[in-house]
Design a protein. Structure first.
Length: 206
């Protein structure tokens, strides 16, 4: 039996509505990659001998940290005003738990970024030994900020691992399309049928 063309188009449109827009997906994976790279650098760079190489690696860490801060702000702005909104993937307690983890990740991202920026100024960090950030604070302020930044980074790493494990559980155990919502290979927004834009798809899903 032949499926009507209109039914095929409607099914295709529903499938596209079940994924996030390309900007949201790109910002998500950029955030995930930077968090992983920065955490690994933070845990390993201290083992390097003191000297120019160590300063250079920390300088890269600092620049990537500022990049992450900018991406976090852009992600919140985009998601608040332009990003496609999808219906909850779970119901009841699981939905509330997923929402709590989601907001916790945003709060931790903002916290670790703010502490990282403060840490750079607290230590008057010598960027590539070419320029020093203006120093703020006095006494043991720098060491306390550094400790808080390290703690926040470890917490966000743990929460992020849990978040990733939940996505894999959905994909391999429940076998639903939750992971596919944020997967980079998902269809582009330009494939929306009948000329539907990302904005109208978002409003339809709300």
């Amino acid at each position: 039996m032949t499926v009507p063309i209109r039914s095929k188009r409607e099914a295709h449109t529903r499938e596209i509505r079940e994924i996030y827009d390309t900007v949201t997906i790109g910002l998500h994976w950029a955030t995930a990659a930077l968090v992983a790279i920065l955490w690994l650098m933070g845990r390993t760079t201290g083992f390097l001998p003191r000297g120019p190489l160590r300063v250079d690696v920390w300088s890269v860490h600092v620049l990537l940290g500022f990049t992450l801060a900018g991406i976090i702000i852009a992600r919140i702005f985009w998601r608040s005003f332009f990003g496609r909104r999808l219906p909850p993937a779970d119901r009841g307690m699981l939905q509330r738990l997923a929402a709590t983890v989601h907001y916790l990740l945003y709060a931790l991202l903002l916290t670790v970024a703010a502490l990282g920026v403060t840490n750079v100024f607290a230590h008057a960090f010598p960027l590539f030994n070419l320029w020093h950030f203006p120093e703020i604070g006095s006494g043991n302020f720098a060491s306390r900020i550094n400790g808080w930044h390290s703690l926040a980074a470890n917490i966000i790493a743990a929460v992020a691992v849990g978040h990733a494990a939940a996505a894999l559980f959905h994909h391999y155990v429940i076998k639903d399309k939750v992971l596919g919502r944020m997967w980079p290979s998902a269809p582009a927004d330009t494939e929306l049928s009948h000329g539907e834009t990302a904005g109208t798809a978002r409003r339809s899903a709300e």
